[in-house]
Write a protein that binds this ligand. Sequence first.
Ligand code: PLP
Length: 461
Amino acid sequence: MNEEKKIPYKIYLTENEMPTQWYNLRADMKIKPAPLLNPETLKPMTYEDLRPVFCDELIKQELDENTAYIDIPQEILDFYKMYRPAPLVRAYCLEKALDTPAKIYYKFEGNNTSGSHKLNSAIAQAYYAKKQGLKGVTTETGAGQWGTALSMACAYLDLDCKVFMVKGSYEQKPFRREVMRTYGASVTPSPSETTEVGRKILAKYPNTTGSLGCAISEAVEVATNTEGYRYVLGSVLNQVLLHQSIIGLEAKAAMDKYGIEPDIIIGCAGGGSNLGGLISPFMAEKLKGNKDYRFIAVEPASCPSLTRGKYVYDYCDTGMVCPLAKMYTLGSGFIPSANHAGGLRYHGMNSVLSELYHQGMMEAVSVEQTSVFAAAQQFAKIEGILPAPESSHAIRVAIDEAMKCKETGKEKTILFGLTGTGYFDMVAYQKFNDGVMSDYIPTDADLQQGFDGLPDIKRAQ
Ligand SMILES: *Cc1c(COP(=O)(O)O)cnc(C)c1O
């Protein structure tokens, strides 16, 4: 009891204790994730292949599977210091309310205007674009956090920023759009008439509310057709996992400061960047055989890429213009049912996490959205923070695991990622509060439609 009291509600690192390098988990994986493939030749993507689409330095990071630690440039560290280090919070109030012997910690990444961890990678990507002398970047955004984060980073570095925003979200979240425009970004609802791929998709599905995969195709088209522009992406890619390792490195440093060892580490999983970033330094210990943490990826039952997807090569976008990645996927044509409210709607999963899951190093569970919002509300009432629906997937499972501890009397230490705040998700919260939110779990036949669109690939050796 006395010992417990020593651990404060919030553990902050000092500026001097902040990590100055990112950690690249691939360097410590014996079996590496499969390479990106060129969709035309089916050969691994080379630096030259990727140059028309991505920034040079980011391609190097994307393809680097051997360098474990990469220095964070001073300019990025300076920007990080405006909103980092992020606190590691001991959820004493939640533990008490649940009457659990579990010790619950969360790493809170919502303390910036984008309201999420996305800023950690946005500033890095914008920095390398600027350093290369580019005029601007293009991207897509779904729920809007990534677009906001990138707009902030581009404003800071004086870069142009063109955002394709999934149409359904553009219409549902006008204030997100205005935040991005306030930072100087241009925001186009996707699919749009401004690109060839957008016009094609609209001709086929005139009433579509869009998807991330489709917005990606539009953003890539504009980047490759516009002089001085490149495309950047807020999740899924290995470079994004690398930048997000700051989350896990800080969390681990904060825990080490007080001699805390997590037993279970939980994160929500859309494209996998926050989860990958949070677990990276801990997974390194597990890969080396030093520790045996449990890692749990939490995904929506309506978009279950890890729990029900296939581990195969697939397109990263609906328009099939991007490289092929080997990942757990529902097929690039998969679109979650219309009632799905809580983000995490990408059809695939980052290839590092896919490979680790395939090797049995990590678990995955799927949860239904009404139970996610119930956990969100419970958390808001007890811990004060109004969580993003995405983050609430992790809260759901953290609470479930804490309740298991109560049943078994085991004092487990649980760490979860609280990736952001939910102020712009009030339409979803309203549905929940009005009792009209429903759950939809896709049938096998629904999923088969997505699998039918998978490319037929025998990897060229
Ligand atoms: C984007 C986002 C996620 C999901 O993305 P990952 O790449 O899987 O981390 C989760 N939470 C918040 C708040 C987000 O903005």
